[in-house]
Structures are given as C-alpha cells and as structure tokens.
Design a protein around this ligand. Structure first.
Ligand code: SF4
Ligand code: SF4
Length: 352
C-alpha cells in the first residue's frame, strides 16, 4: 500500500478523518526513486494507493502510474475527487475500491451528507468511461447496518462488481451492544444473504459478495489467502508518506508493526498470528481475522471472542454451502473462474 497523503477530505465518524501530520505527513517526503527501486524489485508487485484520501495528492498518483512498473494497480478512495484523475489513468487500475456503507441514509449518517450520491456518481463515471476492472463497494459496518438490506441494496445498483464489508470493531470504541446486534441483526442477515447467494448460484450467477466468494474459494481451491487474510506483514506492507514501512496501514505508529523504510527496505513478519488462533478450528479460513485487532485488543480478550463468534458464524455458513457450490461447478452451471476470489491481494481483507 502506498500512502500518497495522510490527509482526508471527509471526517467519517468511525475514523475521524486525516492522520495527524506528525504521524502520516500530508505530502510524500521521501525520494520517489527509492519507491521505484523497491517496487520494481518484485515482478509480482501490487501497488495500492491509500491515505487519507489518495486523490488529494492525485499528482503523485499520476506520477507513480506513469513511472513505476507493477503487475497490478489498485486504489482505495472515497470517490469524491474522481474528476481529478483523467480517464486514461482510471483505466490503468485493475481494482477500484469505493467507500460506501450501503443504503443512502446509512452511508450519509456516518460519512456525511451527500457522500452516498457522490460515490454513485464516481461509480457511474467508471462505467461510462468503459472501466473494465473490478469496482468494489467497501462498506464499514456499524450497529446501524442491516447486512442483508445494505449488501443487497448495493448489489441491486449494478454498479459494483463486488461488495466487501469490515466490521467497525476492536480498533474503535465499543458499540452500545455488539452482541445484541450480532445475534439479532447480523447473524439472521448473513443467513438471508447466503440463501440469496446460493439460490442465484444454482441459477448460474455468482453474486459478487466478496467474503462469501473468498472463503468458499479457500475451501474449494485452497491457498487463496494467508494469515492474516489481508496479508498485512506477510505479503503486504504499507509505505507511509514519511518513508516508514509498516505491516498494516492502520498501525502507523505501533512499534510491533514497523518493518523498515523505503530507502533501506523491509523484512516481512514470520507467523505474526499465534494463539489462540493457530489452535482454533476456523484458523484456515479466518487466519486470525485482523492483525491490528489481534495485537491491540482494544476490547480485551472477551471483546476479541465476541467478534470471533461473528466470524465463526460467517465461516460456518459458507462452509455449509460448499457442497452446493461444488455441485454447481461440477454440472457446469457456474465455472471455477466465476467463484475464485480474490484473483490477487487486491486489499479486500476477506474476513469482515
Ligand atoms: S475465529 Fe477468533 S480465535 Fe479463531 S482464528 Fe479467527 S480470530 Fe482467531
Ligand atoms: S484487516 Fe487489520 S491488519 Fe489487515 S489491513 Fe486492516 S487493520 Fe490492518
């Protein structure tokens, strides 16, 4: 992940907006020749632009697209500044992740008035200019989310190839009542979503629900992702604007996450996730979920386990659907390529 700035043009309530300048400066402060050398050493390199809002520094995005060779380019953006990037540059991305939380009222409540409308404008623009890559709706899930309603709403827009979500848990303040939401809203919503997904698979269409596709891919094809599933520290690193290289883009000042710098290089972590995860029967699918949450445990061990329960429910639902998916592949109703996801580490974290 390449930060182009620590600044953001929004102040979503679960994140708070820009990084403090002393932690993630708002301009790239290192020599870009070092970045070029580092990335071009790796024939398989994926460059994902990140921030803050990466398009606030669209000039550096353009410079990197023009001057650095990488196998894939990805951008995570709130979409508000889509017009800053000329169309030919948009077409160079393999994946564009647009932040949107689902229905209009849910998105605008947490991200700000008019954000939902702007994100749809950006997605429509990508369609209009003939963008052929993967457009992913990247949701942050809070206690206001109805997972069935919000994911199916985004699917119904026919603007996004995939929908992915992250629970706003453990790295933020505790919810009013997480377990109540988990048991009475999230779990039943996941079951409805799975029922929709499998019904459509049997008719030949694999809806782009990223966590379902990725966990099913891990079960059927194997080795699709690692531990942690986002790859932080093991096959993915973050290059901050001050040149520091960290395991995870959220862990910008934690010592355990510092892996090197853009000038001298970095060392990947060896098995960053240990107990209780490596003895957990769900480990092959969950991978410890999120390295940052695993290390920091803001909600303590009991809060960690409360989230595990949500993860296990999701994994059990997907695994129960595997025989029907294999049957659909075997009978030619869908192809393995329809299911396999993600095709490379496109920054979708897999486990919400
Ligand atoms: S479900 Fe919990 S304990 Fe099990 S692997 Fe995931 S994070 Fe670790
Ligand atoms: S899932 Fe967790 S460890 Fe991975 S990138 Fe996000 S915050 Fe970092």
């Amino acid at each position: 992940m390449v930060f182009t700035t620590g600044q953001c043009n929004l102040k979503c309530d679960y994140c708070g907006g820009s990084f403090p300048r002393e932690k993630v400066p708002w301009e790239i402060e290192y020599d870009l020749a070092n970045l070029k050398r580092l990335i071009e050493k790796d024939d398989e390199a994926v460059v994902a632009f990140y921030g803050g809002e990466p398009l606030l520094n669209y000039k550096k995005v353009i410079w990197i697209l023009d001057n650095i060779k990488a196998k894939h380019f990805v951008i995570q953006t709130n979409g508000l500044l889509y017009h800053m990037l000329p169309n030919e540059y948009w077409r160079r991305f393999d994946t564009v992740l647009l932040s949107i939380d689902g229905r209009r009222e849910i998105t605008n409540k947490h991200r700000g008035a008019g954000v939902y409308e702007k994100v749809l404008e950006a997605a429509k623009h990508l369609r209009k200019i003939g963008f052929q890559g993967d457009v992913i709706a990247r949701m942050t899930v809070t206690q206001d989310t109805d997972i069935y309603e919000d994911v199916s709403h985004l699917l119904s827009l026919n603007l996004f190839n995939h929908i992915h979500w992250q629970l706003d848990v453990v790295w933020s303040d505790r919810w009013r009542n997480f377990t109540e939401w988990r048991d009475n809203s999230y779990k039943p919503g996941l079951r409805r979503l799975m029922s929709l997904w499998i019904t459509r698979i049997k008719k030949g269409k694999v809806l782009g629900i990223a966590p379902f596709k990725a966990i099913a891919s891990q079960a059927i094809f194997g080795n699709v992702y690692n531990a942690p599933p986002c790859g932080s520290g093991v096959n993915s690193v973050s290059i901050l604007t001050n040149g520091k290289i960290t395991a995870c883009p959220i862990a910008v000042s934690e010592n355990w996450a510092l892996l090197g710098d853009v000038k001298t290089g970095f060392k990947l972590m060896q098995r960053p996730i240990l107990e209780p995860c490596i003895s957990c029967p769900y480990f092959n699918y969950c991978g410890g979920r999120c390295l940052y949450a695993y290390r920091e445990r803001y909600w303590g061990d009991s809060g960690f386990r409360e989230v595990c329960e949500a993860t296990k429910t999701l994994i059990k639902l997907v695994l129960a659907s595997v025989p029907a998916i294999i049957e659909s592949i075997d009978s030619g109703v869908i192809s393995p390529e329809d299911l396999l996801y993600p095709p490379f580490n496109n920054t979708v974290e897999i486990i919400p």
